[in-house]
Design a protein around this ligand. Structure first.
Ligand SMILES: Cc1ncc(COP(=O)(O)O)c(C=O)c1O
Length: 385
């Protein structure tokens, strides 16, 4: 295996689904995907809930997105100046998500968060960042081995949905605090009190509030958690579903904060290249036209309801079904049990991740959900046996 670590995306390693081992009866690579279906290296077909770690919201290979991408390729791809379509997408996003007064495109979620931190530091003249949830692999929000202690010292975390802790920690660090960045969903929806505390306390100390909508944007609502739960952040980052799996992320927000780009340097060669931009414009149009969030909520409710019923049937193996309908999973007492269930499910034609999250898409039908719940029930019985 020439790819260090086996896969360039850690959470796509088969071991993170099935545990260590090399069982040829299990999928290791993807040869094809379409709708909510995936075929592996041996041509076996699966019903999938991995959905490229939630990046594919309309289903794999959605025809309108594919057509838009083909047209962009026919126009020659990236050129020496920004593509015409980049500004068009920015306008369309601002019309759909009003707090995106100005935007910058990037390629990954981690980059969009890095840009939020940079702009917050420019805007406030302060360095400290408070986060909640996962914000990508880059140094500014990571405590992985190799991140210097001095850099780690500029990043703190707060617990999800803990209003008192949020108020206390933000007040305590108020004078040094540049930005608070939160995922609006961490194993469940945010409480109104927590969101209100974040909004009030950041404003009070003169820090910015950013929502990391990389998973929740284009999923729990077009505008993500900010839209769904009605709190307007100063900055918001979207990725994943934004271009239905094509590589694009966006950071946007208040015009005065985003104007900080002129006082620093945020730039990447292919940030606004027209192929992913075309995918995003097509995705946005379908989102609005086909009321995608309504479909995700309906099939997601069916899924999470089914998972909760399984948790009641198998309390010795499963502790619950955390998340929100659009992104949820089965939580197991033991990691190995989850991997055993994932292996048993894959042998029955279902890809269901044993850790957060499993994702529904526009391509999942009610019948798909029922089939998944049936297979998970059989797989849990097998794991118990
Ligand atoms: C909430 C959140 N923020 C940021 C990221 C990082 O995005 P990327 O992997 O595109 O850098 C992720 C990725 O899973 C995420 O879920």
């Amino acid at each position: 295996m020439t790819i260090a670590g086996g896969s360039s995306t850690g959470s796509k390693r088969p071991a993170s689904w099935f545990g260590a081992g090399d069982d040829p009866a299990l999928p290791a690579t993807v040869a094809w995907c379409g709708g909510a279906r995936v075929r592996d290296q041996a041509g076996r077909e699966y019903l999938d809930f991995g959905m490229s770690l939630g990046a594919v919201v309309l289903g794999y290979g959605h025809p309108a997105v594919t057509a838009a991408v083909r047209a962009a390729i026919d126009h020659g791809g990236p050129g020496p100046f920004p593509a015409e379509s980049e500004a068009a997408l920015a306008e369309e996003l601002a019309a759909a998500i009003p707090w995106l007064e100005r935007v910058r495109f990037l390629k990954t979620g981690a980059e969009a968060i890095a840009a939020a931190i940079r702009l917050a530091r420019v805007h406030t003249g302060r360095d400290l960042v408070i986060g909640c949830g996962y914000h990508g692999w880059l140094d500014g929000t990571s405590d992985a081995t190799g991140v210097p202690a001095a850099v780690r010292g500029l990043y703190r975390t707060i617990p999800f949905n803990d209003e008192t802790a949020a108020r206390t920690i933000i007040r305590e660090h108020g004078n040094a605090l540049a930005i608070v960045i939160v995922e609006p969903v961490v194993d469940g929806p945010p409480s109104a009190g927590w969101l209100a505390a974040l909004r009030e306390e950041t404003s009070r100390v003169g820090a910015l509030l950013a929502f990391d909508e990389i998973k929740t944007g284009f999923r729990v609502a077009l505008g993500g958690g900010a839209e769904r739960w009605g709190v307007v952040p100063d900055l918001a980052a979207y990725g994943k579903g934004l271009a239905n799996g094509f590589p694009l992320a966006v950071l946007g927000g208040r015009a005065d904060v985003m104007a900080g780009v002129d006082r620093t340097w945020i730039s990447s060669t292919l940030a606004g290249e027209p192929i992913a931009v075309a995918a995003a414009r097509a995705t946005l149009a379908i989102f609005v036209r086909d009321a995608v969030p309504d479909h995700l909520a309906a099939v997601g409710d069916r899924l999470q309801g089914g998972l909760r019923a399984l948790a009641r049937r198998f309390p010795d193996l499963v502790t619950g079904a955390p998340g929100v309908p659009e992104m949820c999973y089965l939580r197991y007492h033991a990691v190995e049990t989850g991997q055993r269930v994932a292996r048993a499910a894959a042998r029955r034609g279902l890809l269901f991740k044993p850790t957060g999250y499993d994702f529904v898409s526009l391509a999942h039908s009610a019948a798909d959900i029922d089939r998944a719940i049936d297979i998970l029930g059989e797989s849990l019985s097998e794991a118990r046996g």
